[in-house]
Design a protein around this ligand. Structure first.
Ligand SMILES: [Cu+2]
Length: 187
């Protein structure tokens, strides 16, 4: 029995269509699946640690104090918020330039600033080791800044003249009030 003449061309067409489908399928697969070397958005996103500080008036002696004064940050990017419940205070002669933060800015009540008006800078959050200088207005202001830090132990202090003798005296130079320790742990 002889094979019908039309069968061979049909098989050829079917085989050709199958081959095209396989090639097209691979093309689609490679368009959908990223190569193994491509970075994924979730794996490489840096984690940010958040730390909230307040400046309150000590209930026993009325002196302004950071709370907590000793705290931990995590290696990498940290966003620190300081709420200052002390009274507003002008600081004549203060250049009040922000340094050591991401972008060289801080926000005061949500407004980004590189220089903070010295008509109200009650305290600072500063660390010479980190070249960090953040100005903190009083009267309930909320200051926020981002900082990149490496593991270690750093001292912070307030540099505004809030002591009994201006730039010296309680509570300025008193640990737990206007100076303290930042511990940065490895991420
Ligand atoms: Cu101070």
């Amino acid at each position: 029995m002889t094979r019908p003449l039309w069968l061979a061309p049909t098989r050829l067409v079917v085989a050709t269509l199958a081959a095209i489908s396989i090639v097209a399928g691979f093309g689609l697969a490679s368009a959908v699946w990223p190569p193994a070397s491509s970075p994924t958005s979730t794996a490489s996103a840096p984690a940010v640690h958040y730390e909230n500080l307040s400046i309150i008036l000590n209930p026993a002696n009325g002196a302004p104090q950071y709370t907590p004064a000793n705290f931990t940050l995590v290696e990498g990017y940290n966003i620190v918020t300081i709420t200052d419940y002390d009274s507003p205070g002008a600081w004549a002669g203060c250049g009040c330039v922000v340094s050591g933060t991401v972008g060289g800015t801080e926000t005061v009540n949500g407004t980004p600033m590189h220089v903070v008006p010295n008509t109200n800078v009650a305290h600072t959050f500063s660390s010479p080791q980190l070249n960090l200088n953040v100005l903190v207005p009083g009267g309930g202001a909320v200051v926020s800044f981002e900082v990149y830090v490496l593991p270690g132990t750093y001292t912070w202090l307030c540099m505004a003249p809030c002591g009994a003798d201006g730039y010296t005296g309680f509570p300025m130079d008193t640990p737990g009030y206007m100076t303290g320790t930042i511990s940065v742990v490895a991420s």
